[in-house]
Design a protein around this ligand. Structure first.
Ligand SMILES: *Cc1c(COP(=O)(O)O)cnc(C)c1O
Length: 473
């Protein structure tokens, strides 16, 4: 399997080559040259597999430059009951008839990003050892991505993480999760500024190409193809858990921000998984809902990007969306480049033609949006009727899912975080404190553990100096 860019560069690259890269050289995102098609017999065979075995099968279809036995060993090492608390790894939690949650947030940082990031950590360690290289991951976080990256990379040989966060502005739980890590290869840098300052520093360092090459700077952002690929697995698993035969169809509702999660659902559907509908759920930051209703994609400015109680969906533009548009437009790289480079980078919006927009339905997509009041009602109602506590992002999904159910088609709502991560809103909705998962060691009393971090000035040079001093530790 080879990979090409969404912006027309037809150079074909191998998986191991794009694993450690971000954007393609022409500014596009990587996608496989085609999607492997899964026939009925294969689906039936896969039904009987464990989650880790299923992951090994799916990854092997997309990776031909790592031996299959190694891919399967990496999958087996990643998806264990010890880490995820359940044999099924992503078990279903049934609510009313025909509707269930699929739990993707049982990993070490209590959010779905662990599903992909844990595999990425093992893939990075494997590939860097094979090449005899090392990598310094530089990132900015306001919470979820940074903690998932640190828990995936902690103790990994050949990898160091330098994670910038806005000093004093993360939730106490997220801060405690990250800063309590004592692994020498993890560096928490608390920048005296806001999240955008952290992101600007990362961009400035990454744009210094000489520095980037000399100090082997890399990233783990959501446009990484390997992260998307890892996420394809749980769509298959969810389908198998919800059905008895391959003639049944299932729909998924996905709380969305950067379109990484639901894009994996799109890939699963392109492979032939019997998905009826992919429902994109947004919060007040409804860039994607607007697109699926109107065919207009309009990036938001900071004044129009709201801070909500489902903060991991507070995005101004959806960085993985270009991948779907590439498929939607018949893989016309020139047209994608015109839309994303000329229109978006210059004017911040594009409008599909009526003919182009009409194709969306054929890809099974629809959408909806939710607000703070909806989240509170949904959290309270779910707790009262089913005794199940859900987090704010999953609540956005559940509210929108109920607007799109069809008789005879099971609806799975992807649970993207556990309520313990967003305790304040859970208390607001239910009057009760959410429990912390018992299978993860060290969560009780997490906030009291010793913290390891360094406060840094809001200056590019200071961050560069720190990296230079510590990149050979
Ligand atoms: C990252 C995240 C999302 C959004 O996922 P995308 O892949 O960016 O669409 C939703 N919920 C939670 C809890 C997240 O951490």
């Amino acid at each position: 399997m080879k990979y090409i860019s969404t912006r027309g560069d037809k150079t074909e690259r191998g998986f191991a080559e794009i694993l450690l890269e971000g954007l393609a050289p022409d500014g596009g995102l990587y996608l496989p040259t085609s999607y492997p098609k899964i026939d009925d017999a294969t689906l039936t065979k896969w039904r009987g597999l464990s989650y880790a075995e299923l992951a090994g099968e799916i990854l092997s279809l997309y990776i031909d430059d790592i031996p299959q036995s190694d891919i399967k060993a990496l999958a087996a090492k990643t998806y264990t009951k010890a880490v995820y608390g359940f044999d099924e790894i992503t078990p279903l939690k049934p609510l009313e008839s025909g509707l269930a949650l699929q739990a993707l947030s049982n990993g070490p940082t209590l959010a779905f990003k662990d599903m992909a990031m844990q595999l990425l950590g093992n893939l990075f360690e494997y590939e860097l050892a094979r090449r005899g290289e090392s990598l310094n991951i530089l990132g900015a976080t306001s919470g979820d991505t940074g903690s998932a990256a640190e828990y995936a990379m902690r103790g990994k040989k050949g990898v160091r993480v330098f994670m910038l966060s806005p000093n004093g502005r993360m939730s106490p739980f997220q801060q405690a999760q990250m800063f309590s890590l004592q692994d020498p290869n993890i560096h928490n840098l608390a920048v005296e500024g806001v999240f955008d300052d952290c992101q600007d520093i990362v961009k400035a360092v990454s744009n210094d190409l000489e520095f980037k090459r000399k100090y082997k700077i890399g990233t783990v952002n959501s446009i990484n193809w390997a992260r998307l690929l890892a996420q394809v697995v749980y769509y298959f698993a969810g389908y198998f858990y919800a059905t008895k035969s391959n003639t049944e169809k299932v729909s998924f509702t996905v709380p969305s921000g950067n379109f990484g999660n639901v894009c994996a659902g799109h890939v699963a559907r392109m492979m032939g998984l019997p998905i009826d509908t992919l429902v994109v759920a947004t919060n007040e930051n409804n860039v994607l809902d607007e697109f699926f209703r109107t065919g207009s994609y309009r990036v938001r400015g900071s004044a129009e990007t709201y801070e909500t109680s489902s903060p991991s969906m507070d995005i101004s533009k959806a960085s993985n969306f270009e991948r779907f548009v590439f498929d939607l437009l018949g893989r016309d790289g020139a047209r994608v480049k015109a839309l994303f480079k000329d229109e978006i980078e210059q004017r911040g919006e594009f409008h599909l033609t009526a003919e182009e927009f009409a194709k969306v339905a054929g890809y099974g997509f629809t959408s909806g949006a939710s607000k703070h009041g909806d989240r509170l009602n949904t959290i309270k109602d779910t707790f009262e009727r089913f005794g199940v506590m859900i987090d704010t992002h999953t609540a956005d999904g559940l509210k929108v899912a109920r607007e799109h159910t069809k008789p005879g088609v099971t609806m799975l709502v992807l649970e993207t975080a556990l309520p313990a991560k967003f305790a304040a809103t859970i208390v607001e909705a239910t009057g009760r404190q959410p429990e912390r998962p018992h299978w993860i060691a060290g969560l009780e009393g997490l906030e009291d553990l010793p913290k390891r971090f360094k406060v840094m000035p809001n200056q590019v040079q200071a961050i560069k100096d720190y990296v230079v001093q510590h990149c050979n530790d």
